[in-house]
Design a protein around this ligand. Structure first.
Ligand SMILES: Nc1nc2c(ncn2[C@@H]2O[C@H](COP(=O)(O)OP(=O)(O)OP(=O)(O)O)[C@@H](O)[C@H]2O)c(=O)[nH]1
Ligand SMILES: [Zn+2]
Ligand SMILES: [Zn+2]
Length: 249
């Protein structure tokens, strides 16, 4: 078990995942390390491709919500589910290291949620998601939200079979997160700048944050949201409907 970031893989494997290039795998040469990295991510990508096909056959839009801990993923989700409920089928996969708090918050909205506890692992992988798909009730044409473990590093490297990664950045975290964690902002198609209700109380340069995000990902879309006040949620719902595939015949 890796003790550097708590990743569930062993230390040899762990140091190889993108974003963990520091070596804490004594005795392994570079070629061996690259081989192990290719094996782990290759296996993950096979499961991700299976998930993607399973979702496509059912016309289900899957979104992978990624962020630092506490950026507001669950709050945004509960607000989204409450607003969309009754209009289309939805389900949630909740990734968390230890608790089922977030899944409980989701279920309180009436939408089915499945909790995956990763233990010391710091990200969801495609195999875990594939297993969850087998037991989660979600009708064709629906939206599957996957709330990843709060971590701006490891989840960037793992394709879960989702259509889009959505990165949530709260304004309390500082505007330089996109250039500090470029892999995550590069992998995402949409950045939600959350907690904008707090801007009057903070020194947070919105324009600079957006410039940093576009520096690492020129095509990233950006929305300003307050999950608690509801500002900007309409734009997020519009985005969801826009990217949703048609229901298969
Ligand atoms: N002011 C303000 N607070 C918010 C907003 N969104 C979330 N919060 C608060 O931020 C805290 C963390 O929100 P969560 O929704 O639990 O964040 P999370 O990303 O799901 O957290 P983890 O699952 O632990 O990574 C809670 O106290 C929320 O009420 C917002 O738009 N504005
Ligand atoms: Zn890790
Ligand atoms: Zn959460």
């Amino acid at each position: 078990m890796c003790t550097v970031c708590g990743c569930g893989t062993d230390s040899a494997e762990h140091s190889l995942i993108r974003g963990h290039s520091h070596s804490h795998a004594a005795g392994l040469n570079n070629a061996r390390m690259v081989q192990i990295e290719q094996d782990i991510l290759g296996k993950n990508n096979q499961y991700a491709a299976q998930n993607r096909q399973w979702l496509a056959e059912r016309g289900i839009l899957a979104l992978n919500l990624v962020s630092s801990p506490g950026s507001g993923k669950t709050t945004l989700l509960t607000e989204t589910l409450t607003r969309l409920q009754g209009n289309l089928p939805m389900a949630v996969i909740e990734g968390d290291q230890q608790t089922s708090n977030d899944a409980d918050r989701i279920r309180a909205t009436g939408v089915p949620a499945l909790q995956i506890n990763t233990g010391k692992g710091c990200h969801l992988d495609a195999h875990m998601v594939g297993q969850a798909l087998e037991s989660l009730p979600i009708a064709n044409g629906g939206i599957l939200f996957i709330e990843n473990v709060g971590n701006l590093v490891c989840p960037a490297a793992f394709d879960l079979g989702e259509a889009h990664k959505v990165v949530i950045l709260s304004v309390t975290e500082g505007e330089d997160k996109p250039i500090k964690y470029p892999d995550m902002f590069h992998a995402a198609d949409l950045m939600i700048l959350n907690k904008i209700d707090l801007l009057p109380y903070l020194k947070f340069d919105v324009a600079k944050c957006e410039e940093y995000a576009r520096r690492v990902n020129p095509t990233i879309q950006i929305l300003h949201v307050s999950a608690t006040s509801g500002v900007g949620i309409g734009g997020w719902l519009d985005w969801l409907i826009c990217v949703k595939p048609p229901v298969p015949a």
